[in-house]
Write a protein that binds this ligand. Structure first.
Ligand SMILES: CC(=O)N[C@H]1[C@@H](OP(=O)(O)OP(=O)(O)OC[C@H]2O[C@@H](n3ccc(=O)[nH]c3=O)[C@H](O)[C@@H]2O)O[C@H](CO)[C@@H](O)[C@@H]1O
Ligand SMILES: C=C(OP(=O)(O)O)C(=O)O
Length: 441
């Protein structure tokens, strides 16, 4: 089994280009099912989750052409709806979270869809109610077959309506939007997620002929149209990768320039890293991080201990909290990390504690980090990555630590980060891929 072996403690230096956004890719690649015409998408990251979705579309009958390393064209003129009930569909569709987003487009265009219980990170309960309640409001019926593990959804005639989402679910909003663009009449979605990737999806759909207004707000109005045409679309850079590289640079004392970040789309992310005391300079559209000897966490204005927590966009994305947590372990000062959305995303702190970090896990949602101010370095250990973002956090910890670390289960990291070992080596990191079994417990 693949693992990373890392010899840490060395500063890195150089430039790095963020990959195209994984979570945007999963939305817009699903949207190609909405038209029989050709859709060309560029800046697609070469990562497991996205490749699996593209493969799934191919199995459904979409003609997929790889035009260059990061550009694909898709033509969904002949869709094989029988594929839904197959074992292949169950195993492939069930292995990634993003596969749920093929349901909206299929319902819109063909009036039926099925989906195996989707995968994704085991980071807590991840219900799909928002998706299904939205589809039901539009007139679909669904049932879950516990025996086969499939959700079957039927809708002969989707009708526009008012949909108040129970929570601003990202994939849920994307799914309901994609179902509504071809429905009859007007759909209004309130409490819609509004993050940049969703805005990108809506803009792409409008270029395809959809009529969506309110983009960027939590109130979307969608006037249904009878069909959509092809288009070209380019993905944003991955903001979670950008945040991960900011954290990596500060913690390892490295001088790194992150290229072409589309700064205006990063929302609150840079200011959260600044609260940790990290200096970021915007040079053109690049973020330059000077080498940090140390960095000091702010307090709140009244002097009380800083809390960093997640919230639906434009709040701070939960996907960067694990990275903020690891970076705080070497800051001066203390911070409370509050992961509100997911209840199993903080358990990886036991590995950081083994490496010498000072962290109190208060409960599954909250951890207090007592920064070591780089006076005591973490020490390398052997560990297993539990999820994609914890995995990268452990990778950052290992690159900053004294000595050798081994990280197992790197498939988790690789489902979201393209060629991460090669790209880090170009910055001077001592990281290599080895074949090793995780230690048995
Ligand atoms: C493929 C993809 O795009 N995955 C992202 C997407 O997942 P995904 O779309 O699955 O996540 P949701 O937005 O549905 O939210 C995740 C969980 O957070 C809880 N919740 C959500 C919204 C809310 O206002 N309050 C609340 O408590 C829900 O219980 C839900 O189960 O959005 C998550 C939240 O940004 C990110 O972590 C995932 O990386
Ligand atoms: C949790 C994530 O991904 P997924 O929703 O695919 O599990 C993530 O990207 O951090």
């Amino acid at each position: 089994m693949n693992a990373f072996e890392i010899h840490g403690g060395k500063p890195l230096k150089g430039e790095i280009i963020p990959q195209g956004a994984k979570n945007e890719a999963l939305q817009v690649v699903s949207a190609v099912l909405l038209t029989k015409e050709k859709v060309t998408i560029s800046n697609i990251p070469d990562i497991k989750d996205v490749n699996k979705l593209i493969e799934l579309l191919g199995d459904l009958g979409v003609v997929v052409q790889r035009i260059s390393k990061d550009t694909y064209s898709f033509e969904a003129s002949n869709i094989n709806l029988d594929f839904f009930q197959s074992e292949t569909f169950r195993s492939k569709g069930g292995s990634l979270r993003g596969s749920i987003m093929i349901v909206g487009p299929l319902l819109a265009r063909f009036g039926k869809a099925a989906i195996p219980k989707p995968g994704g990170d085991k980071i807590g309960r991840r219900r799909l109610d928002t998706h299904f309640l939205g589809f039901e409001k539009l007139g679909a019926q669904f049932n879950y077959n516990a025996e086969t593990g499939f959700f079957n959804v039927d809708a002969t005639n989707l009708k526009g309506t008012y949909v108040l989402l129970e929570e601003a679910s990202v994939t849920g909003t994307a799914n309901v939007v994609m179902a509504a663009v071809l429905a009859k009449g007007t759909t209004t979605i309130y409490n819609a997620a509004c993050e940049p990737y969703l805005q990108q999806l809506c803009k792409m759909l409008n270029r395809m002929g959809a009529k969506i207004s309110g983009i960027g707000s939590n109130l979307l109005t969608i006037e249904g149209v009878s069909e959509l045409n092809g288009t070209e679309h380019r993905l944003l850079p991955d903001m979670i990768e950008i945040g991960s590289f900011i954290g990596l640079a500060a913690m390892t004392g490295s001088e790194i320039t992150i290229k072409d970040v589309q700064y205006n789309e990063l929302g609150i992310i840079p200011s959260v890293f600044r609260k940790l005391g990290i200096t970021l300079e915007l040079r053109g559209d690049d973020i330059y991080i000077p080498p940090h000897k140390n960095y000091e966490i702010d307090t709140f204005i009244d002097g009380s201990i800083m809390t960093i927590s997640d919230a639906p966009w434009p709040g701070f994305t939960p996907d960067l909290l694990s990275i903020v947590l690891v970076v705080a372990t070497q800051a001066k000062g203390n911070v409370l990390i509050h992961q509100k959305m997911f209840e199993s995303r903080l358990f990886f702190v036991d590995k950081l504690i083994d490496m010498g970090a000072q962290i109190i896990l208060c409960d599954p949602h909250r951890a207090t980090v007592i920064g070591l101010n780089k006076q005591v370095k973490l020490k390398g250990i052997e560990m297993t990555s539990p999820d994609i973002r914890a995995g990268v956090s452990l990778l950052i910890a290992a690159l900053s630590a004294n000595g050798r670390s081994i990280i197992h289960n790197i498939e988790q990291i690789e489902r979201g980060y393209q060629d991460i070992d090669t790209r880090l080596r170009l910055l001077g990191a001592d990281i290599k891929r080895i074949d090793a079994m995780p230690p048995s417990h």
